[in-house]
Design a protein around this ligand. Sequence first.
Ligand code: APR
Ligand code: ZN
Length: 230
Amino acid sequence: MNVVVLTGAGISAESGVPTFRDSDGLWEGHDVMEVASPEGFRHNPSLVQRFYDLRRAHLAKVRPNAAHQALARLERSLGDDLLVITQNVDDLHERAGSRNVLHMHGELRSALCLACGERFPWERDLAHAPPCPGCTSASLRPDVVWFGEMPYRMDEALYALQQADLFVAVGTSAQVQPAAAFVHWAAEQGARTMEINLASTLSSDDFDESRQGPAGELVPRWVDELLRSR
Ligand code: APR
Ligand code: ZN
């Protein structure tokens, strides 16, 4: 059975990583376009670098929760038949033990060189614009997808959705494309679809099943059910 799970900020909420849209959320008073767009970066690179440096530093203070751990457990049973596509830029899936993770919005733990396009594993601050280890031009930026930029590895995501028997969306408000369309791409080719979210979303009616409650409770329960049914 091929399973694709799409995760959003809601799966990391119980770990203490702020979501985007629930309250004032992640942007901490910054206008989104100021800190998450190429224009914002051009206008004030050090503000943007510092914004992501703070988020990267925050990662050291948070831990994967039961939902991340349940998906890692599911991967131990399903192997390559499970793909987690995440909109999150944190590393909580990996720290819970998941290996098949597609970061369609990039990762805080990676830096991208604007000059040569090389990517580098990155744990430190970018605020002092360290020289690119590849081409030495000091133009590294956070390797995250900003508004107006193309998400990463969409061909792989689309292929997985076309093969999926089951598509589950966890903790996403389904307000950002193309992730919000995944349920349609999966359903079109016959996959069963389920949403796990604290509340109903704009897309809840598009799913075969919609379960409301905290991911930390509902994801482990769903994984247990799925493993029992195999
Ligand atoms: N358990 C389950 N769902 C939760 C929980 C929880 N404990 N807490 C919050 N949620 C749900 C909210 O109800 C909401 O639907 O998680 C969702 C979070 O929505 P957003 O904050 O919009 O996050 P997300 O959907 O991941 O945003 C997608 O938009 O801002 C861009 O690039 C950014 O990746 C992000 C993308
Ligand atoms: Zn370079």
